[in-house]
Design a binder for this molecule. Structure first.
Ligand code: S0N
Length: 275
């Protein structure tokens, strides 16, 4: 049992997830404990909607991603509904729509914290790797299973993992499909902190509160900067957008806007040409 310190308010009409907010934090919970929180297309559509809600909510500064219960954070794609061309939802179409969620987490300009109790394996492991930070309970177990169950993630699952734990360790994790306990994960830099299971949420919330005390724009720019290196042109596009946002907020940019609206020539003469 993990103890909560926030009076969470639940909202949204979801089948596979729970969306809650409180104290400037959004908590998104994958709620399929009977399948170790494996995701199906519906789960991922709902996760994407919840992350979008958290992004758009001006009260929310930090997002927690977690799994229901204490047995699993997420066990990856639901193998029981895996068809011949992806994971099959009610419309009969095969999908790998977890990739869209991974990109969304990377591009979302607020910190996302994975709160992991139990198994974070397969595509569930990749999800925690995509999160900005990971707080783990002492019962957490990490690993990739793809080569055992006939799949692989050659995107973030491969190279972001390698960036996180190093090339040799990433190859070991994928090639051997071993599972690692929380202490081993901490030793290889895969998680930020390990705490007793009962303290997991309190510790995670404490990390969130510390981030909420900080400058939101500084955190946004740092997330963009750190991700830009590995996200290539897409990362630079996000970072460039953030730079444009900052420029919009300057008097210099506002002079251009105002001049257009007032049908006059813009006067940028008072703005310094900085060295
Ligand atoms: C998680 C494990 C280790 C837990 O073991 P434990 O505690 O002994 O419990 P079990 O009895 O095994 O499980 C309890 C019930 O939950 C069901 N279940 C567990 N995991 C899944 C799952 N992933 N899908 C469906 N059902 C699951 C069990 O079946 C059991 O229910 P009952 O008793 O009713 O059968 C252990 O369960 C385990 O090893 N699970 C499988 C982990 C796994 O291999 N996951 C899939 C890995 N692949 C992906 O995630 C693909 C990701 C993806 O979509 C992708 C993305 C980008 C590019 C490529 C891909 C790609 O397709 O690879």
């Amino acid at each position: 049992m993990t103890v909560s310190t926030v009076d969470w308010k639940r909202s949204g009409d979801y089948e596979d997830i729970i969306y809650e907010t409180g104290e400037g934090i959004a908590k998104i919970t994958i709620n399929r404990p009977e399948r170790r929180n494996a995701f199906r297309p519906t789960t991922l559509f709902e996760l994407r909607a919840a992350f979008e809600a958290a992004r758009d909510d001006g009260e929310v500064g930090v997002i927690i991603l977690t799994g229901a219960g204490t047995e699993a954070f997420c066990s990856g794609g639901d193998q029981k509904i895996r068809g011949d061309d992806g994971y099959v939802g009610p419309d009969g179409i095969g999908r790998l729509n977890v990739l869209d969620l991974q990109i969304q987490i990377r591009r979302l300009p607020k910190p996302v914290v994975a709160m992991v109790a139990g198994y974070a394996v397969g595509g569930g492991h990749v999800l925690h790797v995509c999160c900005d930070l990971t707080i783990a309970a002492d019962n957490a177990v990490f690993g990739q299973t793809g080569p055992k169950v006939g799949s692989f993630d050659g995107g973030y699952g491969a190279w972001l993992l390698a960036e996180t734990v190093g090339l040799k360790k990433a190859r070991e994790i994928w090639y051997l499909c071993r599972f690692y306990n929380a202490a081993e994960a901490e030793a290889m830099g895969l998680v930020n902190k390990v705490v007793p299971l009962a303290e997991l949420e309190a510790e995670t919330v404490q990390w969130c509160r510390e981030m909420l005390d900080k400058s939101p724009l500084a955190l946004r720019m740092l997330k963009g900067a750190i991700n830009a290196v590995s996200d290539g042109a897409a990362g630079m596009q996000q970072f460039a957008g953030d730079a444009t946002l900052l420029y919009y907020m300057s008097e210099e940019a506002q002079e251009g806007r105002d001049a257009f609206k007032e049908k006059r020539r813009p006067d940028f003469s008072r703005f310094p040409r900085r060295p």
